[in-house]
Design a protein around this ligand. Sequence first.
Ligand SMILES: C[S@@+](CC[C@H](N)C(=O)[O-])C[C@H]1O[C@@H](n2cnc3c(N)ncnc32)[C@H](O)[C@@H]1O
Length: 271
Amino acid sequence: MQNVELYSKNNNCQKSASRKFYNYFGDLLKAEFKNQEISLIDVGSGCGTILSEVTVGESGLKFAKIFGVDKSEKMVNFASETYGSDLMSFRYMDVIDKIPDDLMSEQFDMVTSFYCLHHVRDLKKAFETINGLLAVNGLFGCVFFTWHTFITAWDALTEKYPVMSNWRNRFTPLFAVDNPDEIIKNNLSESGFEIVKFIDDRNEFYNFSVPENMAKTLDAINPFFTSMSEEEQKQFSKDQMSKIFELQKSESLVEPFRVIYFVARKTKTCC
Ligand SMILES: C[S@@+](CC[C@H](N)C(=O)[O-])C[C@H]1O[C@@H](n2cnc3c(N)ncnc32)[C@H](O)[C@@H]1O
């Protein structure tokens, strides 16, 4: 899984996207929930920093209780130790597995999932789980990363780094298609959701300032990075940046990538 130490220090790109989510949809969410204290479950909450700093700290929404769930025990432990409180608790859950009984009986007002579902192969199953967590009329807010040049760069490096040879199997099949927007919309509709607002940003960018920041951000989400020796890690980091710059035909650190943002409403219980 991911490197919790590295990710907890190198998630500014993801943090920027979650801020954009609330810039896009914050007013809509405030109008929906008014002054209600929301029960929230955040799927793929990772180290908990973004949930704590952005969703709780900056969104302007009020919360009654929050669960952060993640399939990485290391992430759950880090988040619990760092951000656990009476309001917010963290626990293990895989979004493609059966929902634990106690969470199933909760029926949450809102589910968020930021920069997580690109790790999931069975998108429909994930949406069905999220449907099962929500009350009817509850809202699902998502930031879904769908493309960046590193994808082609990693493909090109698989020969030199055999440990990465099947790396795509650990990520969404949407990396291989041109129409992730249509696929996401269809899966939402088949899983009992109606789209409230959908933004397909093909010109997303984040200013990494220096190549090292981009490299560390990518290393932190690379599930194979920890299987490499320290020497190999250093070399891979350098090679991936050279390949990205070669593919971009520039050493720009603000090249556009693609991220989909949406809010969808559960209109019916799907399954
Ligand atoms: C890039 S991190 C994003 C974390 C956090 N949402 C954020 O924005 O910082 C993706 C997280 O999704 C989790 N994840 C991946 N697949 C998952 C699954 N099937 N069920 C639950 N969590 C999952 C990973 O363990 C990881 O912590």
